[in-house]
Structures are given as structure tokens and as C-alpha cells.
Design a protein around this ligand. Structure first.
Ligand code: DGJ
Length: 737
């Protein structure tokens, strides 16, 4: 790994064993990009890659020299209107109304390691030798503003993490109308765009689009990263599959409004810009003020989609997730939500916990409905203390003690950012919600969003949570967020502040998380937003796992978990076995298949176990034991997608331990059909030269190369619910050499 500055050619070459990224200080002192892709040898100059010629209608930077026009120059952090008419990476409105800027190279710094981003989530290093960082400072001498572009390359991974800082030193205030985290210009447009789109209950479905001249974008302006569009896109070459071909991934480490835009220019170049959504953002900077963008993690793969995903998995699991839970296997939980919703008593939930304990589960989670006067979704949010002692006679402390007394850990649900009008909090502070004066405040799930852009609001919620967490033995928190932000306005502030509210809000959420995880480092946090509405890298920095979707149907989950795995480690995906008929889609699937899908995640149960027939209880007990035996492999192994639920009736995937000694391959057959063809399941990721035993059966020992090139012969007798829909089978492979 190295970052080299070639003084003569004024070029930076950022590279490791897998990737190269080359930046040039152009003749006008702005920054151009010469190359991003598979590693190439270093040389003193790559300036032969500069392309320029006289083109009709193009405007040029210099007189009498028709070479440099930004219209077709690949740039690092482009602005609009000074020969380039494409969408820019940033826009600064100045005192005289102009938006034209000229940021020129001023200095650079190369150092080992990686800086923290103040108040924002970001990937990190544990040892400075793991990564190297280049910071390039640009300066606009008319407005006296500096731009610091930061690039960190990891030694062992094909990753460059980028962010941008604006430092304003001028006397007059400037307004940032757009401050994207990255812009990358590619020399051609022979790509397809991949993104993860959806809705509540069908989050992160894989979508693929062709690129055409013009722009296409995904985004959220909902105040959360959203179920609709995950803050991630990839550009892939058209021949790419899971195992072959060139892919560029871009993942924004942020949980608020975002924009991922791709523009193909008239000369078939592709520009990617990613960052905070500019349409809901306006950030004034006075003298001495700084604005820091979130980070974008760029991953390059020349071995298809799996390699890109595995890179994200490794980085996010080990250098984004933090704290005591990062390297620990996660407890198997039993959550009461689908069993009782808000209608429970202490007796009822203790019965569920006890049934879970008897079957080997380790953590009981009390979901929504325990606080204030919360018996339905019209009331109680904001009052994070027990008021209804009929429901919980000994409060949370008493219940937690009883659960602990059973030998289980206790977890609790919160929705810290929200308030109901029917609550003590709203009665005392009805001006604490996000609402525009004189306009309707639109309810959603009968609740309103607290103005987390205000410190006193965050402080108050912290004080309530801190109290209960200090008093009761709480080992886990499920942090929910069940509505988006409408009529965005902070009534505590003046007009100039209003363009800051969405971003300040999410900084407030991060601040509350940071304070809680610092004070209670042993608590395992799981983030949630009506299921997977805020499943993003920003959240993973604070909460090591996220509830993947409220849709827990095993068949639907194949798509949701498959899509989620494009970016996110399976260890971070909350996945529960629930009752049938499934509450979201009404489907009846075998309990084995429900577990066979949920195993590939942070595993748990969410149903009234006491209602299960004895035969199923016995199966659950076996499942719990199975997960305990295999969770180390599942959560830390290398995950490969093999066949896609978006393309086929059969979904397959495999997780292989890093040393290739163990693996679990999963085969899910959604719909059955008559008189089916013979099938073989080709595995991946094993050691060609070692023999593996399948499911401990001495008659089934094969070399890795057989399993990967010939495949396992599928025997329908092995399926759970054979001859029926929604059947599945797991193959446990153990090396015997
Ligand atoms: C939405 C979550 O996704 C569910 O799991 C549950 O916690 C409910 N909220 C509770 O209101």
C-alpha cells in the first residue's frame, strides 16, 4: 500500500495490491482524475491519460489553448458553471449571489492511519499501519474558503474511504447548497447501475438499470436513509455476475437524506456523485466555521458482486461496527412483539421468556408497550418510564431481575426520537416536535418526530434513558424509528437554520447513541425503523445489528436478506423465526425453512413459544443448539451468494470459514413442481484439495474440487417438507484432511 506524490507531474497515485486511484493537479490548479480501477504499475507520470481537443460549443479555461475544458475533463470534486455544465459535487452561494468558485491546489498531507470524523460515523483503523490517508487542501482565494478532500486506502482491502471538509475563513457568510461526499468521473459509460430499492416489508430488493445519456438517481428525502432506497449504488460492467467481472461499489455512511446520482455525459463519460441530498440541505458558514461531509466507502472488485460484498462485509464487520459486541457472537433472542404486540402483562411475557429459556434461548426482549400509558399506538411515546403498574407491577427493574433470575439476559425496546400527543412529554413541551409554524403537522402512526436538532431535546431523552438503564439490568436495546419526517422545521431557530435541520437531526441521533454506548458499553444495540427503514452503515457504527425487515416470511426474507447482503454483513442482519400463517403475508412455511433462512443473520424467535405443539418445540430446541454450534462460522465466515431469488425459484448461498475447514451451504426450493429435472448444487469457496464430509455422513465424502465443479447431487428426500412448497436443506461441510 502506498500513496505517492510525483512532484514533476503533480500526480498522486493511491494504490495497494488490488486497486489504483490516480489524481492530477491540472494546469488550472484544480484537481483532475486520471484513473480508478484495478492496480496498475506506478510511473512518474500518467499525463498521457489527459484528453483534450477543440469541440464545438465547449468553453475553455485558457485563452489560445483549446485543451482544457472541464466539460469533458475527469475531475475530483467538480463545480458547476465554469466550463462544466454537468451536475456538480458542491455549490456555494456567495454574498453577491454568485455560485461560481475556483478551488485551486494549496497543499497536501500523507499520513499513516485514518482520522475520526467529528460527530459522524465512519470506518476506522485499530493500528495506523492498516491504512494510509491523503488529504488535499484546495483554496478559493476570492471567498477565502478551504476544501479538504480526504482519501484513505486500506492495506488489505480494495477500499478507498472518502470525505470532504469545508473550512470557511472569509469574513462574509457563504451558503453551502450542496456538499456531496464524493464525485468520481469514469472515462466511459459501459456500465449498469445496481441499487437496493423497496418499501416497508420488502426492503433492499436488487434492481439493475442500464445507463443512458442524462441523469438517473436514487435518493431519500424522508429524514431517514429509508426502506425505499438504501444509500448504496454499484456500477458494474454488463458481463458481471456474482463471481466475475468489474464492479465499483459506493456506500454512504449516513442515516439521513441522501442522493446517489449517475450522469452520463454527451461524451459518454460517467459521473457518480453521492452525499447528503442537496434539495433538503442549505448550510450557512460564517468565518471560522467548518462543515464535514459524511464518508463514502468505495470498493472495487474485478471478481464480480460477491467480492465487492465480501469486502464490505469484512470492513463493516471489523472496522465500522465498534465496541464489545463487535467480535462476540450474538445471543439468541426471543422477542414478544409478534406474540403479544402491546397487550401483555408481566405474567404473560415471563411465560414467553421462560419458554424461550427452556428451549435454550439467551435473551428476552420486551418490545413496544411497556412505558407511559402505552396500550395502543396513540399514546405514551416520549415517556420512557413505567406508569402502568397493572401491566408491570415491579416496573422494568423488577421484570429485568426476574428474567435475569431465570438465567436469561433482558432487552428493552425504545423509540427515542418520537412522541405521541397523548404523553407527559408532549404536554410539557409541545414545541419540541418538528413542525412548521402555521402549517398542518402530518401524523404518521399517530406520532410526531422530536426535534433532535435541538440539544435540550436530546439531553432530555438521554436523561430518561440513562436513568432506566442505570437502574435496571438491561443488556440489549432495540432502537426503533417508525415514521419519516414531514413539515421539517425547527421552531427554536431562525430562518437561516432551517436548511440545516435534517442533517442536525441525524447528528442529534448519533449524539444520543454515542452518549449511551459510551456510558453503557456492555449493551448490545439493534437499530430498527419499521423493520429495515434505516439499515445503513451509519447506524452500524453505533448499533452492531439492525432489524432487517418486519416481513419475517421465510420466502420473502430470501430476497430481503439476499439484497441486504450486497453491502451488509450477515452478522448484522436481525433475522427471526415467527409463527405461521405469517403475519405479513399469510404464508405457511415449514419451521425448518423459517430457521434455515433466519440462521443466516443475528438469529432469534418472535412468537408465542408456549403455543407451539410439543413436536415443534423439540425442533426449536434443536435449532437453538444448531445455531449455537455454528454461529461463530456464520457470523465470521465468508458469505457467497450463489443463485438469486430475483432470478430463480431456487436460492442458494454458502458461508465458509476463513480457513475453509467448515462451511454451511443452503438450498431453498420455493415452489415445488411435478416431475422435476435432476439437480446439482455447485458449491464455492472450498479448498480444491481437501476432502469434506457432508452432514457427518461417512458415505458422503468428497474433495472440494468435486463439490465445486460437479456439485452436490440434490436428493429430494433430504428436504424438510419434501414434496411440498417452501422446502429447504442445509449441507454442513467439515474438512476431514
Ligand atoms: C416496528 C418494528 O419493526 C417492530 O419490530 C416492532 O418493534 C414495532 N415497531 C413496535 O411498535
Amino acid at each position: 500500500m502506498a500513496i505517492i506524490f510525483h512532484e514533476g507531474s503533480k500526480e498522486f497515485h493511491i494504490y495497494n495490491e488490488e486497486i489504483s486511484y490516480i489524481i492530477k493537479i491540472l494546469d488550472n490548479n484544480q484537481l483532475g482524475n486520471l484513473y480508478y480501477g484495478k492496480k496498475v504499475h506506478d510511473r512518474d507520470s500518467f499525463s498521457y491519460l489527459l484528453e483534450g481537443k477543440l469541440r464545438s460549443l465547449a468553453a475553455y479555461i485558457f485563452e489560445d489553448n483549446y485543451e482544457l475544458s472541464l466539460q469533458y475533463t475527469k475531475q475530483e470534486y467538480p463545480s458547476y458553471g465554469s466550463t462544466d455544465f454537468r451536475y456538480p459535487a458542491f455549490e456555494i452561494k456567495q454574498e453577491n449571489g454568485s455560485k461560481i468558485t475556483n478551488f485551486e491546489f494549496k497543499s497536501h498531507k500523507i499520513f499513516k492511519g485514518k482520522r475520526k470524523l467529528e460527530g459522524l460515523p465512519a470506518t476506522y483503523v485499530e493500528d495506523d499501519n492498516e491504512a494510509e490517508t491523503l488529504e488535499i487542501t484546495l483554496y478559493d482565494s476570492l471567498i477565502h474558503t478551504e476544501l479538504v478532500l480526504s482519501y484513505t486506502i486500506y492495506k488489505e482491502l480494495p477500499v478507498i474511504a472518502r470525505n470532504v471538509k469545508f473550512i470557511h475563513k472569509g469574513k462574509s457568510t457563504i451558503i453551502l447548497n450542496r456538499a456531496m461526499s464524493v464525485s468520481v468521473d469514469f472515462p466511459d459509460s459501459k456500465f449498469e447501475m445496481i441499487h437496493l430499492a423497496g418499501a416497508w416489508g420488502r426492503e433492499r430488493h436488487v434492481k439493475i438499470r442500464k445507463l443512458e445519456q442524462g441523469t438517473q438517481a436514487i435518493y431519500s428525502m424522508a429524514g431517514a436513509s429509508s426502506s425505499e432506497h438504501n444509500p448504496f449504488i454499484a456500477l458494474k460492467r454488463t458481463n458481471v455476475d456474482e463471481f466475475n467481472g468489474e464492479v465499483y461499489g459506493f456506500s454512504l455512511v449516513y442515516s439521513g437524506n441522501h442522493l446517489e446520482q449517475i450522469e452520463v455525459s454527451t461524451h459518454d463519460m460517467t459521473r457518480v456523485i453521492i452525499g447528503i441530498h442537496p434539495d433538503t440541505f442549505e448550510w450557512p458558514l460564517s468565518e471560522g466555521e467548518v462543515f464535514q461531509t459524511p464518508e463514502v466507502v468505495m470498493v472495487y472488485s474485478n471478481c464480480g458482486m460477491n467480492k465487492m460484498s465480501q469486502t464490505y462485509h469484512e470492513l463493516y464487520r471489523t472496522r465500522l461496527v465498534r465496541g464489545q459486541w463487535r467480535d462476540k457472537v450474538r445471543p439468541i433472542l426471543i422477542n414478544n412483539w409478534e406474540a403479544t404486540e402491546m397487550e401483555f402483562t408481566e405474567k404473560k411475557v415471563l411465560k414467553i421468556a421462560k419458554a424461550g429459556k427452556d428451549l435454550g434461548m439467551e435473551l428476552f426482549v420486551l418490545d413496544d408497550g411497556w412505558f407511559g400509558n402505552r396500550d395502543n399506538d396513540k399514546c405514551g411515546l416520549g415517556d420512557w418510564y413505567v406508569k402502568n403498574f397493572k401491566k408491570l407491577p415491579d416496573g422494568i427493574t423488577g421484570l429485568a431481575n426476574k428474567v435475569e433470575g431465570m438465567g436469561m439476559k433482558f432487552g428493552l425496546w425504545f423509540e427515542p426520537e418520537m412522541v405521541n400527543k397523548d404523553s407527559d412529554l408532549y404536554k410539557a413541551h409541545n414545541d419540541w416536535i418538528i413542525a412548521t409554524p402555521g402549517r398542518r403537522s402530518s401524523p404518521s402512526r399517530n406520532q410526531y418526530v422530536l426535534d433532535f436538532s435541538r440539544n435540550e431535546v436530546v439531553d432530555y431523552i438521554y436523561s430518561l434513558m440513562e436513568k432506566i438503564l442505570s437502574e435496571a439490568k438491561i443488556s440489549y436495546i432495540k432502537w426503533d424509528m417508525n415514521r419519516y419526517i414531514t413539515e421539517c422545521y425547527s421552531s427554536a431557530e431562525n430562518a437561516e437554520f432551517q436548511g440545516k435541520v435534517f442533517h442536525k437531526y441525524i447528528l442529534g441521533v448519533y449524539n444520543l447513541y454515542e452518549r449511551l454506548i459510551s456510558k453503557f458499553p456492555y449493551i448490545l444495540f439493534e437499530s430498527c425503523s419499521s423493520g429495515g427503514g434505516r439499515f445503513d452503515p451509519g447506524m452500524l457504527y453505533y448499533a452492531p445489528q439492525t432489524w432487517t425487515s418486519d416481513n419475517s416470511d421465510a420466502v420473502e426474507r430470501l430476497k430481503i436478506q439476499y439484497g441486504t447482503s450486497y453491502v451488509y454483513p450477515i452478522a448484522c442482519m436481525g433475522a427471526h423465526v415467527t409463527s405461521v400463517p405469517n403475519q405479513q403475508v399469510g404464508r405457511v412455511t415449514p419451521i425448518e425453512t423459517r430457521a434455515n433462512v433466519a440462521y443466516f443473520g443475528a438469529f432469534g424467535y418472535e412468537l408465542d413459544l408456549s403455543l407451539l405443539p410439543e413436536q415443534e418445540k423439540a425442533k426449536v430446541k434443536e435449532q437453538v443448539e444448531y445455531y449455537k454450534d455454528h454461529r461463530e462460522l456464520i457470523s465470521k465466515g465468508v458469505f457467497y451468494r450463489i443463485s438469486s431469488p430475483f432470478e430463480e425459484n431456487i436460492t442458494t448461498w454458502i458461508v465458509v470459514s476463513k480457513d475453509k475447514r467448515e462451511a454451511i451451504a443452503a438450498y431453498y426450493n420455493v415452489l415445488n413442481s411435478a416431475n422435476e429435472a435432476f439437480r446439482r448444487f455447485k458449491l464455492v469457496g472450498l479448498d480444491d484439495n481437501k476432502r469434506y464430509i457432508i452432514n457427518g455422513d461417512g458415505n458422503r465424502i468428497y474433495h472440494g474440487d468435486e463439490l465445486m465443479n460437479i456439485g452436490i447431487i440434490i436428493d429430494e428426500k433430504e428436504f424438510c417438507a419434501k414434496g411440498m412448497d417452501f422446502s429447504s436443506v442445509l449441507y454442513n461441510l467439515t474438512q476431514i484432511d
